[in-house]
Design a protein around this ligand. Structure first.
Ligand code: CTP
Ligand code: MG
Length: 224
């Protein structure tokens, strides 16, 4: 079946500190959530379910009015994994790859989206775009610490792609076991599904604070 997206945008953006939900903050005159949906569509997604904060449906409908693919809005939950579970319920009929993406990553290159879709179509249960870690890392243990070999580490991005049954099983497992996960691949992994990696992109930064938005503006300028 066709690839579909679940875009999580129901967070409030406390660390960003804007006067509106972070996904409605504008980058180059366009809300982050609209950038995210357009990037997914350019990479091959044909439909998007977007989770939104309760009471903000009208603002999000307006922000996504000119989206290049059909969009359904679903009210999200208290934590990100609750929002994913609620959005997933709206994709019960999906048979092709499901891509779960953070609205807070507006600039994911279409080539990364396409690579994630291709890897799922090639048979992977769960696919994660990942990039090398730039900082040196230390693991702390009580009062001491030790260097960690950075070469063996990867930072994880979205969109993460899934065979529908693997994503549903992962989130059901997390719910049943009362686990807290920070991404959807971790939910699948906890349910026993292997996770594959594809190359992510430095352009696909996550907007957390206003400084990240300045970086995103610079990336857009460099793209021309
Ligand atoms: N998200 C969501 N539902 C939640 C929490 C987060 O759909 N209950 C979404 C956010 O909208 C965002 C993505 O998950 O697109 C990643 O979360 P994060 O970057 O932490 O965004 P916020 O939770 O909004 O920001 P903060 O943690 O600073 O409040
Ligand atoms: Mg958050």
């Amino acid at each position: 079946g066709p690839a579909v997206a679940l875009v999580v945008a129901a967070g409030s953006g406390v660390r960003f500190g804007a006067d509106r939900p972070k996904a409605l903050v504008e980058l180059a005159g366009r809300p982050l959530v609209a950038h995210a949906v357009a990037a997914l569509a350019a990479g091959g997604v044909v439909r998007a379910v977007v989770t939104v904060p309760a009471g903000r449906e009208e603002s999000f409908a307006e922000a996504l009015r000119d989206a290049p693919v059909p969009v359904d809005l679903v009210v999200g939950g208290a934590e990100r994994q609750d929002s994913v579970r609620l959005g997933l319920a709206r994709l019960a009929d999906a048979r092709g790859p499901i891509l779960v993406h953070d609205a807070a990553r507006p600039l994911v290159p279409p080539a990364v989206v396409a690579a994630v879709i291709d890897a799922v179509r090639a048979g992977a249960d769960a696919v994660v775009p990942a990039v090398p870690v730039a900082d040196s890392i230390r693991r702390i243990a009580g009062r001491t610490s030790a260097v960690v070999d950075r070469a063996s580490l990867r930072a994880v991005q979205t969109p993460q792609g899934f065979a529908p049954q693997a994503l549903r099983a992962g989130h059901q497992h997390v719910l049943d076991a009362g686990l807290v996960v920070t991404d959807d691949a971790a939910a699948c992994e906890a349910a026993g599904h292997p996770v594959s990696l594809v190359e992510g992109s430095a352009d696909s930064l996550k907007i957390t604070t206003p400084a990240d938005l300045i970086m995103a503006e610079a990336i857009l300028v460099a793209r021309g």
